[in-house]
Design a protein around this ligand. Structure first.
Ligand SMILES: Nc1nc2c(c(=O)[nH]1)N[C@H]1C(S)=C(S)[C@@H](COP(=O)(O)OP(=O)(O)OC[C@H]3O[C@@H](n4cnc5c(N)ncnc54)[C@H](O)[C@@H]3O)O[C@H]1N2
Ligand code: MOO
Length: 618
């Protein structure tokens, strides 16, 4: 016998590893596309092309934090007439400097008048009308200079970089940009993406009722899938329809797609079938960089580049026709390239890669590593991943509800339940990582807890019941001006059970009382006791510190971390004592509460982080 074999044989492309393929795609993306200016309301989801800098301090004037009375701190407490009956309300005309021996009504956000250096809350005053009908305000408490006043630039300094170039603009960032007075922003241009389905058997979903089963017709689901995957990234896709397996028609569609788009994505026609023309057409139009990838699903994935107008060549992804292969290869190959083009820095991984424990045994493929679709959830201190079931690349149900791809190594045999594998967390989709009762732990993901989780009775696969952290809260000599700090702390601790709460005045009770109190609370199975104390270097203060320290097994790492947070906020923080240690099974942390209100958020974050650690470790 002589002549050509009628059917395509072995692939002429060598099989590259997933890393090699991803590296190849990355190397062909030169960087973000050009920049453009868009209106703020069109910037959601875009990538910022320039640092956003505060041109003005925020607040630009000393502003009241409370509804109350602006006055001179030296005058409080005492009785005073008001110098302007209407007072200073936010947004109203300026009423000039404060008269001597007077106070002035002020509302939250209004500029504090010249002459005043403190604001007293309305609750801390009495309004008196004398026999002549003259109004006087009795200020009941003392008030420190600066109390209840946001100093100029105390929220944001002039010249401060608030958002870095290349950050993704979410709702929070829109708020920040608006606060900076930016009605339009410079962002990177979105890539134009064209989506094409290929195959004689395809019928548009809109005509699903006309399917001819005898000819093996099926609904084209890849096109809606790929358009939606692009849209999830913020990229509006150009839907080029489906094309039959006809070489001239395919060529014409591809030419048209390259004329209109920066990136062209097709599905189907990349394997070894007699009508699989994609690779052939792409090597005719440009350069095919790979045509076989060692992964399951997605083996015949094809990547090519075609000359465009500028240095950045047009990218072509020929994804396999099987819908699951199409989904997975879009996530692994196309999505990172699109993200880079739209401005995300090269070194930012787009999927968090974490350790996950298999909830079920998983068979391995002896030849190709598999990207197994699964549902990950945070459970008792680690991530547990449950397979979405039978993984054949035609079974589209296996991508539904998946929120991660498990990297199953190639090997013979089965990975038993409980094996820890790497999981790529998918940021979009019907559900992201299911939070634990205490919330998703951000970047602080531990594959295995330091100790086995206490709730050992909970079987893998069953959600944990909420187990609120038990917290004791002791405030020593708390300054009324720190109410905001305290309420912020309560917000952070809102999901916790506050077992005990007490205010303690240094003058009133002895240090022994304090030590006894902590001992009793820690026996009441508090996991965390926070001692909020505005202490300095005085003798009484030292005795309080000693009393807190008594009986504690010190935890210098925690104390150091707390102190560092304070130092990052103010050099004066070094004067404030910080104590951290354990007593019985309780972590006790003493930390200042009286730092400027701007410190509070950071302190609370620290406390929340500590609380979370305790949840997983104690
Ligand atoms: N001899 C070989 N045959 C195949 C190999 C191989 O190595 N040697 N690889 C297999 C693998 S792995 C995959 S994946 C597929 C990929 O094939 P193609 O990319 O050429 O895709 P098609 O043959 O066109 O279609 C495959 C499958 O998917 C269905 N399909 C296609 N497009 C759509 C769409 N838009 N919506 C829904 N379903 C679609 C199509 O009907 C087929 O069932 O090749 C294997 N073969
Ligand atoms: O590689 Mo294919 O995508 O397994 O079905």
């Amino acid at each position: 016998m002589s002549g050509h074999a009628p059917y395509p044989g072995k692939s002429p492309y060598s099989m590259l590893s997933v890393d090699e393929c991803v590296g190849m795609v990355t190397s062909k993306v030169l960087g973000p596309l050009e920049t453009q200016t868009v209106q703020l309301n069109a910037a959601l989801g875009r990538i910022l092309a320039k640092d956003a800098v505060a041109v003005e301090a925020i607040p630009a004037f000393p502003a009241s934090i409370m509804d109350g009375f602006a006055m001179r701190s030296k005058d409080a407490p005492g009785k005073y007439p008001v110098d302007e009956l209407a007072g200073t309300t936010a947004g109203a005309d300026s009423r000039g400097p404060l008269r001597e021996d007077h106070i002035r009504y002020i509302t939250t956000g209004a500029p504090v008048p010249a002459g005043a250096d403190t604001v007293v809350k309305v609750e801390d005053t009495h309004q008196l009308v004398d026999a002549d009908g003259k109004l006087e305000i009795e200020v009941l408490c003392s008030s420190k200079p600066g109390a209840n006043i946001r100093a100029v630039g105390s929220d944001t300094k002039q010249g401060e970089v608030i958002l870095r170039k290349c950050c993704r603009i979410g709702a929070a960032e829109i708020g920040v940009l608006a606060a900076l007075g930016l009605a339009s922003v410079e962002v990177f241009r979105e890539p134009r993406v064209a989506i094409i389905s290929t195959g004689d058997e395809l019928v548009d979903v809109g005509a699903a009722g006309t399917l001819d089963r005898s000819r093996g017709q099926i609904v084209d689901c890849n096109r809606p899938l790929l358009c939606a995957l692009a849209r999830e990234l913020g990229v509006e896709a150009l839907d080029m329809g489906f094309v039959t397996d006809d070489l001239p028609k395919l060529r014409a569609t591809l030419v048209s797609a390259f004329q209109q788009a920066d990136v062209v994505i097709s599905s189907g026609g990349v394997s070894r079938g007699s009508k699989d023309f994609i690779k052939e057409l792409l090597s005719e139009m440009g350069e095919v960089h790979f045509g076989e990838m060692c992964m399951k699903p997605g083996k015949p994935s094809t990547f090519a580049t075609v000359a465009g107008h500028g240095a950045q060549r047009k990218l072509f992804f020929g994804l396999p026709g099987n819908p699951v292969s199409c989904f997975v290869t879009f996530k692994l190959l196309a999505a990172p390239a699109l993200e880079r083009l739209r401005g995300l820095p090269q070194d930012t991984p787009i999927y968090p890669r974490v350790d996950a424990e298999l909830a079920d045994p998983v068979d391995m493929d002896p030849v190709r590593p598999e990207y197994h679709r699964a549902r990950a959830r945070w459970e008792a201190g680690r991530i547990v991943a449950e397979s979405t079931g039978f993984q054949r690349s035609s079974r589209i149900a296996s991508i539904a509800d998946a929120n991660c791809l498990l990297e199953i190594p190639k090997d013979k045999g089965t990975l038993p339940k409980g094996t820890v594998v790497k999981a790529l967390l998918l940021p979009h989709g019907s559900r992201s990582l299911v939070p634990s009762p205490e919330g998703f732990p951000g970047g602080r993901i531990r594959a295995q807890p330091a100790k086995p989780p206490p709730a050992t009775t909970v079987e893998a696969g069953q959600p944990l019941q909420p187990r609120p952290l038990r917290v004791g809260l002791l405030t020593i000599g708390r300054d009324a001006s720190n109410d905001q700090a305290f309420s912020d702390l309560l917000t952070v601790l809102s999901s916790c059970e506050i077992v005990e709460k007490e205010e303690y005045s240094v003058e009133e009770k002895s240090s022994h009382f304090l030590a006894d109190l902590l001992e009793t609370w820690s026996r009441k199975s508090c996991q965390l006791i926070l001692v909020l104390a505005d202490l300095g270097l005085g003798e009484v203060d030292a005795a309080v510190v000693q009393a807190v320290r008594e009986g504690l097994k010190e935890a210098p790492g925690v104390a150091d971390a707390v102190a560092r947070t304070g130092l990052a906020l103010s050099p004066l923080a070094m004067l404030s004592p910080v104590v951290a240690g354990t007593q019985h099974d309780t972590l006790i942390v003493m930390l200042p509460s009286s730092w400027a209100p701007s410190c509070t958020a950071m302190l609370c974050k620290m406390v929340a982080a500590l609380a979370e650690d305790l949840r997983t470790q104690l």
